[in-house]
Ligand binder design. Structure first.
Ligand SMILES: *[C@@H]1O[C@H](CO)[C@@H](O)[C@H](O)[C@H]1NC(C)=O
Ligand SMILES: *[C@@H]1O[C@H](CO)[C@@H](O)[C@H](O)[C@H]1NC(C)=O
Ligand SMILES: *[C@@H]1O[C@H](CO)[C@@H](O)[C@H](O)[C@H]1NC(C)=O
Ligand SMILES: *[C@@H]1O[C@H](CO)[C@@H](O)[C@H](O)[C@H]1NC(C)=O
Length: 316
């Protein structure tokens, strides 16, 4: 009788432990997507800007010298992973903005399947995009790579090593030419976040086979599919302190406002005059927009969407 009760208790404790562990594994696996889909963001610590761009000794991290020449070719790379996926209005704006403000020699879309839908058709009428069919990587250094986001992380390293250029995620709206940045062998932008800091890999400006890319790739030896943005954004943030002579870091002109401050994009008006681009963090926003609704949007998003679509920032 007593034995039975004890066995029952042990079984219950074992089951509870299993459930807690399973929950923790699932949560850590999906931590960023939960974070991404939730309006109730965890409280963000304010990160003093100086701390982010100086090393523990107070030295500015970016020691990379500007070249006299343009070492980064004026070509733009996007990726697109997945079958039967509609290109949406904000993707259209992103690729169009790269075309009209960067004026690259070529825009490449590295994809396994071409996008579909009317915005894709409309885009192809106005922008000369070269579609490059690829087999997305399924492993790196023997570690499985399954998520499309992680495949795209690797494709951007591959194409920048092979060709160099400007890599953009398809929710980045370009606002002016990247010309000054093309004099640095390698540039990324700070992403303002709670600690640890991040250099967001949604915008990368790189000379062909920049050494920073080679070093970054090496860190994938301990990649695991369970993580979200460790190798894509946290590791390069740390590498900038180790290799300050190999990277130029833009503080606010590429990835600010960052995700936690996205109300500055979707609710308020942010003075984006100094920005090369605004990263929309669109998966956090997740609403659908159209040429009609952007006319009356009195927000940063409204301004930049009208700027790209209608060539005016003014309300219409
Ligand atoms: C890039 O540089 C590395 C190291 O110098 C070299 O081994 C590799 O072959 C180069 N790759 C390309 C695509 O040029
Ligand atoms: C991989 O190595 C880096 C550098 O040592 C470390 O910061 C990171 O936590 C490691 N990642 C994993 C998933 O073990
Ligand atoms: C748009 O917003 C700005 C400040 O956010 C405000 O000053 C302005 O009056 C607004 N314009 C309209 C037409 O509502
Ligand atoms: C956009 O508007 C400006 C004036 O505000 C004009 O100079 C320019 O030619 C326009 N661009 C296009 C593509 O229509």
């Amino acid at each position: 009788m007593l034995h039975k009760t004890i066995r029952k208790i042990i079984a219950l404790v074992a089951m509870a432990t299993f459930l807690v562990v399973a929950y923790m594994i699932t949560w850590s696996y999906d931590a960023r997507s939960i974070f991404h889909n939730s309006d109730a963001l965890p409280p963000q610590k304010e990160v003093p800007m100086l701390k982010m761009v100086t090393s523990p000794t107070g030295r500015k991290t970016s020691l990379l010298e500007k070249s006299d020449d343009y070492v980064v070719p004026n070509i733009v790379h996007f990726t697109w992973i997945g079958e039967y996926l509609h290109l949406q209005f904000h993707h259209f704006l992103s690729i169009k903005s790269a075309a009209i403000f960067i004026r690259p020699e070529q825009i490449y879309l590295h994809c396994d399947y071409e996008p579909i839908g009317s915005w894709w058709k409309a885009l192809r009428k106005i922008v000369n995009i070269q579609v490059v069919k690829i087999d997305p990587p399924t492993s790196i250094f023997g570690h499985r790579v399954k998520r499309p986001e992680h495949k795209s992380d690797l494709i951007r390293l591959n194409v920048l090593e092979d060709q160099g250029g400007i890599f953009l995620e398809n929710d980045v709206i370009v606002l002016k030419p990247f010309t000054p940045l093309r004099k640095y062998a390698f540039t990324m932008g700070l992403e303002y976040h709670s600690n640890p800091g991040r250099l967001n890999n949604g915008i990368i400006v790189a000379k062909k086979n920049a050494t920073f890319l080679n070093i970054w790739r090496e860190t994938y030896r301990n990649f695991t599919e369970r993580e979200w943005d460790e190798h894509s954004s946290i590791i390069p943030y740390h590498l900038q302190y180790q290799f300050p002579h190999l990277i130029h870091v833009e503080e606010r002109s590429l990835n600010y406002p960052s995700g936690p401050d996205r109300r500055l994009i979707y609710q308020d008006i942010y003075d984006w005059g100094d920005n090369y681009a605004i990263h929309l963090w669109y998966d956090l926003h997740a609403l659908t927009h159209s040429p009609n609704d952007i006319k009356s949007m009195n927000t940063t998003f409204g301004q930049i969407a009208r700027y790209v679509y209608y060539n005016t920032t003014k309300l219409m």
